[in-house]
Design a protein around this ligand. Structure first.
Ligand SMILES: Cc1cc2nc3c(=O)[nH]c(=O)nc-3n(C[C@H](O)[C@H](O)[C@H](O)COP(=O)(O)OP(=O)(O)OC[C@H]3O[C@@H](n4cnc5c(N)ncnc54)[C@H](O)[C@@H]3O)c2cc1C
Ligand code: FES
Length: 500
């Protein structure tokens, strides 16, 4: 998060024209802009906040091409051929990152390494057997092992995948931004895109207040799509995941990617540090967004798990959380937005957003430039996956349960009961208020109805924000949207002593 990816970016002014406008500047949007600029298009990239300040700034950046929800599960939804193409496209994304960082001389700690999927302690090894069979079916290279180089794991069954990768994502994107700017592409930060219009002359106009950009095509890479209210959102669900970094002596563990077989799984990698220590980055503890507010407990569990398997881990240097959007059949939605002609979308990249971002760039740029792409069907946004109906129903129960919450009492009877540093939902007549009192005692009172399609917000005390359990919007305490699909701020609710 410390890396300024596009230090020259300024807010959009007036009206502009270009070949392709990209909304959302992070791994998906910037990679797409790069492919298009390389193909000769004039691109403009806009972002609501700073460039690459969204979920990409929170990633742990494993570049791992096999389905992170397990290839065996993907085959059961999509069959062997689609699962094979999924793997092939994701592996091609790692190759593409390797090629680009070399070509553009980007210093981003990119390296190839092995990945270990290992049997979690005190669990059955059958999952490893099933996964081995599935991975062999799609032709991905895999070795079967007993024992991996972590403590207590000498007898654990495992699969080793070769030619995985990792890198520092924001340093990589900084290099990409410089390459795009050198090809006359431009970046606008602090520019909230609010509307899209497809005109009869084949042009697309995007609006941000009174400012506009007219283009031949638009790519919506806002993590959760802002161009669609239902079609894609009902086929995916937001999950919050937690990560922490420890310092660790260089060489204490083998530089590799590690994941266990639990659901949610733990994920581990190293990031080179200065001097004699590296950073050990460990993640896990996922839950559906808004359905828990117990980050402290999750970090304690993550830390205990780490210290058990990696006793060389030293002090904790960082802790953070973020969100992933899981689709019901585990592949993202990339391609022409359902119902649009010139608007393309990129979303649903699950725990594999780094590789998905680059696959999406390859597919959407090929579609826009009229080039061949053999992976479009894998990610076709309007696809139906009848075999994943169970996941579809399970994920959509959230919205039904959520609207019922409007009938429940508030968490506190009155705003006067709200302590400094706390947030809570308070009933006021027939509506609900999302109230937060800052450490100085100032009160922020906003509507508890998400501005996307109205779901009931939940307080997130670790990130000090409001999370929407339905489709993944997050809002700051003053109601400003932090994560799409919401575009507009939460409505103000007037209370004695509120801060506007
Ligand atoms: C803790 C954690 C660990 C992860 N680990 C991995 C991993 O190891 N490997 C992996 O492959 N993936 C991982 N992921 C997933 C991956 O990080 C994400 O899927 C990926 O970063 C999403 O990138 P994006 O470009 O789609 O979205 P973002 O990075 O969120 O970018 C979207 C951008 O759109 C902008 N935007 C939104 N609305 C508007 C609007 N109205 N107008 C203008 N701009 C707008 C936002 O400001 C934002 O900058 C992890 C995620 C988390 C949280
Ligand atoms: S994100 Fe869709 S209703 Fe909140």
């Amino acid at each position: 998060m410390d890396v300024a990816v596009a230090p020259n970016a300024t807010p959009l002014q007036g009206s502009k024209e270009c070949d392709v406008v990209i909304i959302g500047a992070a791994i998906a949007g910037i990679s797409t802009a790069y492919e298009l600029a390389l193909g000769g298009s004039r691109v403009i990239v806009v972002d609501r906040g700073k460039i690459a300040g969204g979920i990409t700034a929170r990633t742990t950046a494993h570049l791992a091409p096999l389905c992170d929800d397990l290839t065996s599960a993907m085959i059961s939804f999509r069959g062997e051929e689609m699962s094979r193409l999924f793997y092939e496209s994701q592996a091609a994304a790692v190759d593409r990152i390797e090629e680009i960082q070399k070509r553009e001389s980007i210093d981003c700690d990119f390296r190839r390494l092995d990945g270990y999927l290992f049997q979690a302690l005190n669990t059955d090894s059958k999952i490893i057997e099933d996964e081995l069979e599935a991975v062999r079916k799609i032709g991905a290279p895999v070795d079967r092992l007993v024992g991996i180089p972590l403590a207590h794991c000498g007898q654990q069954h495992a699969l080793r995948y070769t030619r995985q990768g990792t890198f520092h994502p924001l340093r990589y994107l900084k290099g990409l931004v410089a390459a795009i700017e050198a090809k006359s592409g431009s970046f606008h930060s602090d520019t909230v895109v609010e509307g899209f219009e497809e005109r009869d002359d084949g042009k697309v106009i995007i609006t941000a207040g009174s400012r506009t950009i007219t283009a031949r095509a638009a790519v919506v890479a806002t993590n959760a799509p802002i161009v669609d209210r239902f079609a894609l959102h009902t086929k995916m669900a937001p999950y919050r995941t937690y990560a922490m970094a420890f310092s660790i002596p260089k060489g204490a563990i083998l530089d590799a990617l590690y994941w266990d077989t639990l659901d949610p799984y733990h994920y581990v990698r190293l990031q080179p540090g200065d001097g004699r220590t590296d950073f050990l980055i460990v993640g896990g503890g996922d839950h559906k967004s808004g359905e828990a507010d117990d980050a402290e407990v999750r970090f304690q569990a993550l830390e205990a798990w780490t210290r058990n398997l990696i006793p060389a881990a030293q002090n904790v240097t960082h802790r953070w959380s973020g969100q992933v959007l899981d689709t019901i059949d585990y592949a993202g939605f990339i391609g022409r937005n359902p119902g649009s002609n010139k608007i393309y979308v990129h979303t649903g990249d699950s725990g594999q957003g780094m590789t998905h971002g680059v696959v999406g760039a390859m597919i959407n740029s090929a579609l826009i430039l009229g080039r061949e792409t053999k992976w479009a069907d894998v990610y076709e946004p309007s696809r139906k996956t009848p075999a994943a109906i169970g996941n579809f129903l399970r994920e959509n129960v959230t919205a039904v349960k959520n609207f019922a919450e409007y009938l429940a009492p508030g968490e506190l009877a009155d705003v006067s009961d709200l302590k400094a540093g706390h947030g809570a939902i308070i009933r006021q007549g027939t509506s609900k208020i999302a109230a937060y009192r800052d450490p100085s005692g100032a009160l922020y009172a906003r509507s508890a109805a998400c501005t996307h399609v109205g779901c009931h917000l939940h307080w997130n005390s670790f990130e000090t924000c409001w999370d929407c359990p339905c489709h993944g919007s997050h809002f700051a305490i003053d109601g400003t949207p932090l994560n799409a699909p919401a575009i507009g701020p939460l409505a103000e609710e007037h209370q004695a002593g509120t801060t506007p």
